[in-house]
Ligand binder design. Sequence first.
Ligand code: COA
Length: 180
Amino acid sequence: MPAAAVAPKALPSADPIMRWVRIRGAGSDDIDAIMEVERASFTLQWARDDLERDIGRNVLSAYFVAETSGAVRGYAGMWVVWEECHIMTIAVVPEYRRAGIGAMLLMKLIDEARLRGAYKFFLEVRASNAPAISMYEKFGFRSVDVRKAYYEDNKEDAVVMMREEGAATSCSDDASAEDV
Ligand SMILES: CC(C)(COP(=O)(O)OP(=O)(O)OC[C@H]1O[C@@H](n2cnc3c(N)ncnc32)[C@H](O)[C@@H]1OP(=O)(O)O)[C@@H](O)C(=O)NCCC(=O)NCCS
């Protein structure tokens, strides 16, 4: 997978030597680091076996990690089946949020999915997850359905969001899209 090094919008003070965010394809060697991002980001985490299958053996999936200073700070993954892309996960460790890394990962997924022929994008997100919903809306996703009591831990609803090519906000409309 091609790697991209781009300047982030802001540099978290936690890492003063951070200069670049590098987005690259994830491999089996990244699974430990990805599990750390999962633990820091979700109450319900992906099983390691599922990640190993998706990253190591599933030709329909694509996963990317975001690195700074050689350490994984975030990751994202999707399945692409014909014209449909299903975004499975996206997360950034808490201390590196609000620096543009989530948006970079989402752009990378969209770009890769388009290369594979997708033009419809779907995802599910907790109804209370305002940061993620805001990010998806910036990328032209719109709520199309609600799955009642979808999440096992607290029976929270999932909002189903969809983005179609030609929607008002396209990837290339984003100010930093050309950097990714
Ligand atoms: C959602 C998540 C990946 C965003 O990552 P991030 O690196 O902080 O996002 P960015 O800095 O690229 O911000 C992109 C946009 O997301 C939205 N956003 C991010 N954090 C936000 C917050 N705390 N409040 C409101 N909007 C927020 C904004 O629209 C932002 O655009 P802006 O900077 O122009 O305002 C991150 O909050 C996260 O890992 N959350 C926990 C895991 C999760 O919920 N994943 C989504 C599962 S569906």
